[in-house]
Structures are given as structure tokens and as C-alpha cells.
Write a protein that binds this ligand. Sequence first.
Ligand code: IPM
Ligand code: MG
Length: 476
Amino acid sequence: PHPVQGRPGHLCEGTSGRQGLGGQLLAEGRGAPLEKGAPLPPKTFVSVDNGAGQDGDRALSTCPPGGLGRACRGGRTRAEAAEGASFAAFWGARTVFAHKRSAAALHEDIKMKKTICLLPGDGIGPEIVAQGVAVLEAVAKKFGHEFDFVPALIGGAAIDATGETLPSAPGGPCPAATVEACQKADAVYLGAVGGLKWDNIEPARRPEKGLLGIRKALGLFANLRPALLLPELAGACLLRSDIAARGLDLIVVRELTGDIYFGEPRAIEERNGLRVGYNTMIYDENEIRRIAKVAFETARQRRKKVCSVEKSNVLETSRLWKAVVQEVHADYPDVELSHMYVDNAAMQLVRDPSQFDVILTGNIFGDILSDEASVITGSLGMLPSASMGAQAPALFEPIHGSAPDIAGQDKANPLATILSAGMMLRLAFGLSEEADAVENAVRQTLRDGFRTGDIMEDGCILVGCAEMGRLVAERL
Ligand code: IPM
Ligand code: MG
């Protein structure tokens, strides 16, 4: 490893690039480390390594002169560069294009002030988000950042608050005020939506539509769902021990704003005296291309393997999917690409999940496979997710639902939500050290034997939701 990699916040002069190129330049004598307080030569391009080695390539083309800019991964044209900027934003790379700024000022910029829109939602949502906020507050205190939390309504909570369930009503599960609050924020932090109470509401206004609505409104096309078998929770794994022993550490990269979820036409109607229901599975090549890029970029941060999952033996949508993924792969020769039909993938996930690194798939297949991938770890209450678009804000939420049966009883497991805050720190804010701290605090809490009911094992100490949050914050 070269000198810079893994040291967040280190400043290095030179152009930056993936895999800590800033560090490489230093090693080759083409860059210079910057000491805090040292004056910067004018027009210096400064790479702030975020420890994940994910600085952008040509920030110069999009960063405002003299200002702080987000990094951007390179591109030959402006449009490509702009797209690249969004990728870098995914990884929270922070690249600074500095005109006559002092290194001290840049160090100060590393202290962050961020606004986080809270969407607690329904069921256990408010309880788990409260614990996530407690942990984020502890992070802010420890690392000197400032997080402002702005609550807004989503799902059943929004329906109840507005008292409107008619399609033409201004409220509903995803009110305009909520979309606005999210758009003003640097990140969105969501609990869960839905519950029996709203089950008989007209389908277009169910709480779930709030979640789909906010994803669409914010353009969150990329859903990252890591599934990991923590050694601390090996006992909870649903797989046979010889299979589990091979390990499970994969991430589902699910397309989130297209496919049969949003395709038109869709309806239940009468044809020749019979009721028929139909939906449209549809992707255009740009939608496929941008999610494929996310998968390949993700793979570069991991074990460099992408498995694209579709049903191209039957579906046209899938045939296009496969063809476009192959085209995008041409730009990622260092990543291994395989293809798998979704039925086979569902089977391979339980037969030998260790074969997967990144699973790239569409909205509906990703919905199904991510539940499967997560539950086999035995800890649905443990798994976080990130949903990202071309611009901030991204949205972070646990993958589990609103669990109305245990809502309000202080029984929920807040760890998936807390780990989602970790993903926020890493991916939205580029704070990898802080994200590591959250993950380590969670694992330490588990090693110390504390468990909520869903992951309880013999010999462990049963705690409630609030206590679990406190224990994690205490270990930061
Ligand atoms: C998920 C959920 C949602 C989805 C529902 C609640 C709309 O199952 O996030 O996986 O299908 O995307
Ligand atoms: Mg789901």
C-alpha cells in the first residue's frame, strides 16, 4: 500500500484518480504532501483521499473555480464528466479544487456540517431512527462534525397527518413538503413504512407508494444492499454450517426507479367480461447502463466480480439488460462479469452464496433476491441499505419493514438503521473513518453479548431498542 491510502483526510497535491492515485503520485515524487497551515500554490488541485481510494479523475471540469467541489470521475465529454461527478458523489469522494486556499482552510473544510432529513415513517420506524440519530450525534461529537436533523412525514404517518386518502388530495404517503425537505438536505434517513391500518386504502395511496414516490422524486436509481455474515452472529445464520463456513459477503446492486414497478401501461380492467391485471416490465438502455456502472464501480471496491441476474431466456427486457451490461463491461476489463438467470440465482444463493461478490439486477428481481440474501444471514434486523441517484441527497434505510406487531414496545433491533447511518457517513459524506467507527461499535456491542430479541442467543444479554442504541453510541 502506498503512503496515502487508508488515511482519510490526507491532502495530496496532484491529480487524483481511483485507487488512491494521489498516493501513487506521491510515491512517484510527482505530488507533494501538504502540511496543515502550509500555503497552497495557486490553482493547485488537491486530492483529499477518503481512505477508500475513491477520488475522482477530472474534478477540474466540474468544480467551481476557487470553490469546494465534489470529485468527479473522468470523462471525455462534459456530459460524461457530469455523470462522473455523480459517481464520485456516490463514494463520497471529496476533491478540492483550490485557488489560493491554505491547507489549513482545507483541513477545516474536512469538518462537516450536514443536514439530514429524517423520515421515521410507521411501525417501529420512529424508534429505530431515534437510535440512529443518537449514534450520529455521538459521531458528530467525537469527530467534530455538525449534523442538523429535519423531520418530515412519509407513508402511513403522512396519510394520517394530512387526513387525505383521495387520489386528488394534496397529502398522501409522499407529500410535496416531504420531497422538498429531502431535496434541501444532504442525505435522507428513513425508518420504515406501512402497516395493517392502511391495508384497505386504495392501492395508489398505500404507504408503500410513499417509499416508491420518494425514490422516484429524488431519482434514486441505485439501491445498494450488502448482505454480510458477521462472525459475531454466525449462530443465527440459516445456512448449513459447511456452507456458512465458506462465508457470505455480497452486495445486491438493485435498479430502483424502473422496471415493472413503474412501467406503463398498468391496470386492472375488464376485457371480454373478464377482469385482467397487467404491468409492464420495461427498461431503456440508459437506465441499464447507469446501474451497470454502479455495479462495476462497486465491484472495484470489493472482490472485482459482478454477476448480472436476469431472465433473458424468456424476457425481452432481460435480453436488452444482458446486452447493455456486456457493453458497459468493456470499460471495466479488470472486473469479472458473469450472467445468471434469476431462478438459478435464487437457488445458488442458498446453495453457495460465497460465489457472489456483486449481484447486479433490476428492480423486481433485486427486491426478491435482496430479501433472500439478507434473511439467510439470519439477521434481517441487521442489514442496511443505501439508495442513490445522480445527485445528492441519497437515502439510507434498513432493509427490513415496519414490523407493526412489535411497534412501540421497545423491542425492535435498531442495528440495521444504525448501520445505514454508517453507509450514509461513508457514501454520502465520504467519512470513511467515521463509518468504520460506527461499524466497529456495532460489532463490539455484539461481542460484548448484547442482543435484541430477533438475534437473541443463549448466554447473551437481552436488551431493548433504546438500550441497544445507547450501547453502540457509548462504544464509539
Ligand atoms: C423494499 C420493499 C419495497 C419495495 C416496498 C415496501 C415498496 O419491499 O424496499 O424492498 O418493493 O421496493
Ligand atoms: Mg423488498
